[in-house]
Design a protein around this ligand. Structure first.
Ligand code: GAP
Length: 556
């Protein structure tokens, strides 16, 4: 049953429509919609949504409930933007000059989180696999690359102006004539303009070149060199993380649509006649195929194995990689209910794609592409082979020379991934009266904060020694200013999973206290064991309660 919940944050009331559902024998609460700040309007909105959901004419009884403990708070993209600025995650680029649309800078905790995210992606996709190797290509490369890839000719956006608010916007191919502006106004479909998305630059005196709009092409142009030097056999992947640039018509939604961003991409090459040797996992996901979209059907929850067996996704490789990508997010703490996979309808597919599925996330502004995954066939290798006159064929496992196919191209924006983890970890604790960013410890910008409980030379010396030791492995901070409660909340808000305090007991018995961000529970451990325990906690090898002697504490 759905019900309205009031949450009070920093003295302001916010209303949400929640629903309890029994999943695997347990009752789980999910937020269905944000209803605004006014109780009366919230009730009205809720009734409307419930009526639509249940298609029931009868009026429902709506309850207002206060939720206790740690609460999941679904904030807007604007609230997330200001939170990130306040806490030092992300700043508008050139803010002191009014900002520069589509460009953002990462602050002290933002850069740490971003580096962790990229390293975790690399570990999962490259370091821990036998069949994927990496490269790091140049941002500016030979301009002929972009001619051969089709970007010079086809990488354009359609610009359309709203007749009412006069704002320019981007329209996807399949949206032309069908969509309205956010302000409710109609677009001027008779005066469309094609805007080139690649940024141009000059190299040397006057050689025209481009900033790369995707990292993928550098993988294709280096394909044969990587093959010749890596002792790889089909199937294999080549991965890359790096900057990409697109002259977006309407950059918006904070880190969602940028003009300068980073991509984490894999081109996975195989002989199209060979089957995927890997087994599917057991995860469920919402599926939204082209057929469902065209017949106005709702997405359906299914297992990946079933999605492939029913031929909703046509190749095993495509289904396998979509599950891998979904699982990467879930393994790092993202909420699986916020994901779905959506097939591109024929009208929106890129020039190179045989079939494309996006991994989508339920952002506060709706379901949007988080990751694109196209089956590019051997389009790119063929194009580069023809345009360069260099033979890019390699041997398949039957000893035949072939141009392998890219059966799946997991392609992911670093900043969009960061948004997912920020949204899914944003909680509030009424008792503590602060935000608690429940980031996975491996993603957290700071792994531990070390405090002397009060300013005392003897405590400070122990703290400094501990810090020196922990810094060899992690980003940790030393914080000795402000009340202990203030220091805890400062760290809760930026997602520091563990706070370590030095007190009298440290002097007498060589013990320190570790406090857990999510529960505020505290354990005592020996200083000599601290690093080992912290490692197990960060790697999630041990439960907090089992890592030391649990002690009773006040709220903070
Ligand atoms: N090589 C394939 C490719 O680039 P894409 O769907 O255009 O495909 C892949 O981009 C991913 O890159 C997207 O799913 C998104 O995560 C990220 N991305 C693309 N354009 C972006 C933009 N303007 N701002 C932020 N991220 C972007």
């Amino acid at each position: 049953m759905a019900f309205v919940v009031k949450k009070t944050i920093s003295g302001n009331d916010y209303y949400y429509l929640n629903e309890n559902k029994r999943v695997d024998g347990k009752v789980k609460t999910k937020t269905i919609a944000y209803l605004g700040k006014v109780k009366k309007d919230a009730k009205k909105k809720a009734e409307e949504i419930i009526r639509k959901m249940n298609k029931v004419k009868k009026k429902k009884i709506i309850q207002i409930e206060q939720v206790g403990k740690l609460e999941k708070v679904n904030i807007s993209i604007d609230d997330m933007t200001s939170f990130c600025k306040r806490k030092g995650f992300v700043f508008r680029s050139g803010d002191i000059y009014g900002g520069f649309s589509g460009f953002w800078d990462f602050g002290p905790v933002g850069v740490e989180m971003k580096n962790n995210l990229k390293k975790l992606w690399w570990d999962y996709h490259v370091k821990n696999r036998d069949d994927v190797v990496g490269i790091d290509g140049a941002i500016i490369t030979h301009p002929k690359v972009w001619k051969a890839s089709g970007h010079v000719e086809s990488f354009n956006d359609v610009l359309v102006i709203c007749k009412k608010c006069k704002k320019p916007n981007k329209a996807d191919k399949n949206e032309i004539g069908k969509i309205k502006c956010d302000c409710g106004g109609d677009y001027d479909w008779d005066n469309l303009k094609n805007i080139e998305q690649m940024f141009k630059t000059t190299v040397g005196l006057d050689t025209l070149a481009y900033l790369r709009p995707e990292t993928a092409q550098l993988i294709f142009t280096n394909f044969k060199f990587v093959y010749n030097t890596s002792r790889l056999k089909l199937p294999f992947g080549i991965a890359q993380i790096g900057k990409s640039f697109r002259n977006e018509i309407a950059p918006r939604d904070f880190l969602f649509r940028l003009r300068e961003f980073e991509q984490m991409e894999i081109e996975y090459f195989s002989d199209p006649n060979e089957k995927c040797p890997y087994k599917f996992g057991k995860s469920w996901i919402l599926v939204y195929s082209e057929e469902m979209q065209k017949k106005n059907k709702e997405p359906v929850k299914m297992k990946f194995k079933e999605i492939y067996e029913k031929k909703i996704i046509k190749t095993d490789w495509h289904a396998y990689w979509l599950e891998q990508e979904f699982m990467w997010f879930v393994s790092l703490g993202a909420n699986p209910d916020n994901f779905r996979i959506r097939q591109h309808v024929s009208e929106e597919k890129s020039h190179y794609a045989l079939d494309t599925w996006d991994l989508e996330y339920n952002f506060p502004f709706g379901w949007k592409e988080l990751q694109g995954m196209a089956n590019r066939t051997n389009f790119d290798l063929r194009q580069h082979q023809e345009n360069s006159n260099v033979n890019l064929q390699i041997m398949n496992n039957k000893g035949q020379k072939i141009l392998p196919h890219v059966v799946a191209e997991p392609s992911q924006g670093v900043e969009r991934a960061m948004l997912v983890f920020l949204f899914d970890s944003y909680y509030y604790d009424k008792k503590r009266n602060n935000v608690v960013l429940k980031l996975h410890p491996q993603l957290a910008p700071i792994k531990a904060a070390v405090f002397p409980i009060v300013k005392r030379k003897e405590f400070e010396k122990i703290a400094v020694d501990i810090i020196k030791d922990l810094r060899k492995d992690w980003n940790v901070v030393y914080d000795k200013s402000g009340s202990i409660g203030r220091r805890y909340s400062r760290n809760d808000e930026i997602g520091t999973p563990y706070c370590i305090t030095i007190d009298e007991d440290s002097m007498k018995n060589n013990n320190v206290t570790i406090r857990d961000r999510n529960t505020t529970k505290q354990i005592k451990v020996k200083i000599s064991n601290l690093k080992n325990i912290l490692r197990k906690l960060i790697d999630e090898e041990i439960k907090f309660e089992k890592a030391g002697k649990l002690i009773s504490t006040r709220i903070k």
